[in-house]
Design a protein around this ligand. Structure first.
Ligand code: GLU
Length: 311
């Protein structure tokens, strides 16, 4: 088996190379608070099952999960409700559309979202989180994230959540549409409140690489030996990461990188190299599909140099 970078210095060289393309990217600003990020940032942590972590860049810098949270809420909801219930309400197929598109909902019958990684599907998933109030549902999700990272200090960024809540017109439109088609049956505002808090869960690359590692190890935290989710659920999540994790660039990413990964518009990418290690990346300059431009470049370099593709 090819060994990945064993030292921080080795990894730093790849980061320096990938960093060159941050100039071609742009920080997301449709959520106003995200616009404050520094487009030149690029950091990575790689977490091995024996607890070793190789890192480069400012890995202490915190960022919000945004769409990366969709994999985590999916895992929780699959545990809460079971696969039949969940996949009656959200599909398993990739779309070639942008993450926030409403187009397919209108042309498909039934209007069930195609997959849980696009916003329409993720909103249905968040709707299915069990609990008696937004607070209780959010607390359950946050506790699950804390368990995945094995750190009870993980929280969310109120400023980013508020900023998205104020500007979520498109997501509100998706929820109204899904309510009309009886896929969602709760009020729009509480759901947007819960979803924006979910997306604003905040951590650094090191924490994110730990979550990637749990998925890579089929749902077990190798450091504690604790099973955090059933193997089947970890498998379903990783499959969605391959087919839909990198927005409508997932096909190209599967060919060029071949690592189950999920990105978010904050510039985060979580990678899970099956059976081997977890990856956390933060690089807020995005390409035109909404993926971290330097993060993708970095994964391409690592995958090519160390033969990391699972295919
Ligand atoms: N909170 C973001 C939204 O719903 C997440 C999008 C993303 O990271 O792709 O627009």
């Amino acid at each position: 088996m090819w060994m990945l970078c064993q030292t921080n210095d080795e990894l730093k060289e790849f980061v320096m190379e990938a960093k060159k393309c941050t100039k071609k990217g742009k920080v997301a600003d449709y959520i106003p608070s995200l616009g404050k990020a520094n487009p030149e940032d690029l950091s990575i942590a790689i977490h091995y099952p024996n607890g070793n972590c190789v890192e480069a860049g400012d890995i202490e810098k915190k960022f919000t999960l945004q769409s990366i949270s969709k994999v985590i809420s999916l895992a929780l909801v699959l545990m809460d409700r079971g696969t039949d219930y969940v996949f009656e309400r959200v599909g398993m197929e990739p779309t070639g559309d942008p993450f926030n598109s409403i187009a397919k909902l209108e042309t498909m019958a039934p209007a069930k979202p195609l997959n849980p990684m696009i916003n329409a599907g993720a909103l249905v998933v968040t709707h299915m989180i069990k609990g008696n109030s937004v607070e209780e549902r959010f607390q359950r999700l946050l506790s699950f994230v804390q368990e995945l990272v094995n750190d009870t200090n993980i929280s969310f960024c109120e400023e980013v959540a508020r900023s998205e809540f104020k500007t979520s017109n498109l997501n509100r439109a998706l929820v109204y549409f899904l309510k009309q088609h009886n896929i969602i049956d709760e009020d729009v505002e509480p759901l947007i409140d819960l979803y924006t808090k979910q997306c604003a869960i905040e951590m650094n690359c090191y924490d994110l690489s730990k979550i990637g590692l749990v998925f890579a190890m089929d749902g077990v935290d190798p450091e504690t030996g604790k099973r955090i989710m059933p193997i089947d659920i970890a498998r379903i999540c990783k499959t969605f990461m391959v087919t839909c994790g990198m927005y409508n660039a997932s096909g190209e990413f599967a060919i060029k990188v071949g690592i189950p990964s999920k990105s978010g518009v904050s510039g985060g990418i979580m990678g899970a190299v099956p059976g081997r290690f977890g990856i956390g990346i933060f690089g807020p300059a995005l390409d035109d599909k909404g993926n971290s431009i330097a993060g993708i470049k970095l994964l391409e370099l690592l995958s090519q140099n160390y033969h990391l593709s699972m295919f």
